[in-house]
Design a binder for this molecule. Structure first.
Ligand SMILES: C[S@@+](CC[C@H](N)C(=O)[O-])C[C@H]1O[C@@H](n2cnc3c(N)ncnc32)[C@H](O)[C@@H]1O
Length: 256
């Protein structure tokens, strides 16, 4: 398979949005951390959000924004993709919730005032961001002192099992854990190329510290059994993939 030299993520997500929403159909009952992790109603990483100002980066279809707004938070959802935002706005309209959705790059938060949020939240978006120091410094700038940055993404160990040639997970490591080159992968439908970035867990911890955050928790949830059984049954040749962590969640507070 020929991989492209470059990818246009904004355009890519615009093409993929309808398929992504049909595939995932995330619930709006509680914020989520991706398909492999318990939801916020179980993890309780943010505490009581009533009255809190929350900025969600890479809000996609807006499901987490809606869940937070229902709990009484003042929410803004930011996404790079207009098509994702259209879907988010229509969901918020149906739910009759006043949520502010803005188009923008999570790596450039200059449109927001300093210290304007108690929580910056993100699910499965930070791996798309090439300039993490700039992104994390931006998050620190817009958070109040002591404010929380909570985000989830693919577990870095999982990246090592991605076979770029076959475009699927392999049962043995296909790339080094220490290889920092981007991962190029294709959404099966409609065949759009995406690019994500790999950092070791240690690099994530250092990047957070350098941006002025104190790491409070690092979660590696046990993957849900029903999803493992559906994808890689115990008697399947791909069953070794059941042994991997799939998601990582960082909870960090702005120092000061
Ligand atoms: C895997 S989806 C996750 C969406 C949503 N958080 C969810 O869990 O369903 C990644 C999202 O990140 C957005 N995204 C990618 N790069 C971005 C960037 N640089 N700035 C803002 N959003 C971005 C995409 O448009 C997409 O909506």
């Amino acid at each position: 398979m020929t991989t492209p030299e470059t990818t246009d993520l904004r355009n890519g997500w615009n093409q993929v949005a309808a398929h992504y929403q049909a595939l995932h159909r995330h619930s709006t009952a509680s914020a989520h951390y991706g398909p492999w992790a318990p939801r916020e109603e179980e993890l309780r990483l943010l505490g009581d959000v009533r009255g809190s100002r929350i900025l969600e980066l890479g809000c996609g279809g807006g499901e987490c924004c809606i869940a937070f707004a229902r709990q009484g938070a003042q929410v803004t959802g930011l996404d790079w993709s207009e098509a994702q935002l259209d879907y988010a706005r229509s969901q918020a309209r149906q739910a009759q919730l006043a949520i502010h959705f803005v188009q923008g790059d999570a790596a450039d938060l200059r449109q927001f005032a300093e210290a304007s949020w108690e929580i910056v939240f993100s699910t499965y978006t930070f791996q798309y961001l090439a300039d993490l120091p700039q992104t994390l410094q931006g998050c620190a700038r817009v958070l109040v002192a002591g404010g929380l940055l909570v985000f989830s993404l693919d577990h870095p160990l999982r990246d090592c099992f991605f076979d770029a040639t076959e475009q699927e997970l392999s049962v043995y490591p296909a790339r080094s854990y220490f290889d920092s080159s981007p991962l190029l992968w294709r959404f099966a439908h409609p065949g759009v190329w995406m690019q994500t970035h790999h950092h070791t867990v240690g690099e994530w911890v250092d990047l957070l510290g350098q941006a002025g955050f104190r790491l409070q928790r690092l979660l590696e949830p046990v993957p849900p059994r029903e999803l493992l059984d559906a994808l890689w049954p115990e008697d399947d040749a791909r069953a070794p993939l059941r042994c991997l962590p799939q998601t990582i969640i960082f909870v960090a507070a702005k120092e000061g």
